[in-house]
Design a binder for this molecule. Sequence first.
Ligand code: SUG
Length: 417
Amino acid sequence: MLREINFDGIVGPSHNYAGLSPGNLAATRSAGAVSRPRAAALQGIAKMRANLRLGLLQGVLLPHPRPDRRWLDKLSVGYEQAPPHLRAQALSASAMWAANAATVSPAPDTADGRCHLTVANLLTMPHRSHEWPETLAQLRLAFAHPAFAVHPPVPAPFGDEGAANHLRLAAAYDAPGVELFVYGERGGPFPARQHRDASEAVARAHRLDPARTLFVRQSQAAIAAGAFHNDVVAVANGSVLFAHEQAFEQRDEVHADLRRLMPEAAVVEVPADRVSLADAVSSYLFNAQLVTVPDGTMTLIVPGETRDHQRVWAWLTGMLAGDGPIRRVEVVDVRESMANGGGPACLRLRVVADPATIDPRFLVDEARLDRIADVVATHWPEAIEADAIGDPDLLARIEGAHAALLHGLDLVELTDK
Ligand code: SUG
């Protein structure tokens, strides 16, 4: 039976604030701050536990080996000799944001009845551009069953940032869906990370029905306001699209196309005069997990920052008092990730599949999360100061922590990928 499984990126031991992502206002604001890798990873684990308690299925993707010495080799430099910007780029724990790992098209949407995944190339930002080989290795292992087709990334120069710019609406998980690919154009001083050519290439690779596939332009205003990925202003689940009024450049057409393809679709739209784009970006209201729990209640899992934001919380409270399709709000604390611009939705990759077809080492229950939490508590650095990233002791600790996790999860074979 097809179910939705959320694969969360485990926050890696090198999690730090290097200010590497122009256009991501939180990351820019945090540049130079002291990070707390252990707390960050434990917050992510607590979110996964909360989701298990809601009755959801949960998986994990692993942190990548950092620093990425293979990438530095290609640049003909060792970590110790590398200039500071390359060091920071090689050390980044950015693979934790699993929504950028790949784009996923579930089996009911594809011509060959397989679930297709295309690894994102993430080439707009140097520190993210070297994630894909390790992500591809992990996905090939986790989704080795013939029920899946795992594709390599779209080639340069067409930027692709994966599921963060992709929305799927479907009446049921086993029903054919409507897939929306959201691409960007430069917004103010900020680059668009998702190129239309990349989205179209992914849709072709996934053998989607062109009649049920929409290519939608993200609004320039949203990018300029700091929505560097569409998942900062919109999220979908089942037949519901939850979006900011200014998420899309051609809002009316998007709504009309959606209703034409899926008459039962419901759009829960937040008007700009209640919650501005700036409010949405600072609170991450839309970077929420929108999920259907086993009793059918549609639930929005939001970061704690929404509760600290008066207008946003007032809007959420009003929504619950009404009779819309989203009936429940759950708050999670992912503060460490948020400070780098990654909310609850950034941390997870959604896959709709039969859980029996997935390598069980990538699926977690409470006991397996206990195992991960033990490794984190023992090996993850408590804090990383901005000027510590050249410290050999810190590097040894980070590399040792990564190895300990692979051992703990019986995934040492990833070391050689
Ligand atoms: O790509 N931050 C990530 C945040 C990604 C959030 N993902 C989604 N919206 N799906 C990014 O900008 C900051 C790293 C640093 O600056 O140290 C960073 O890469």
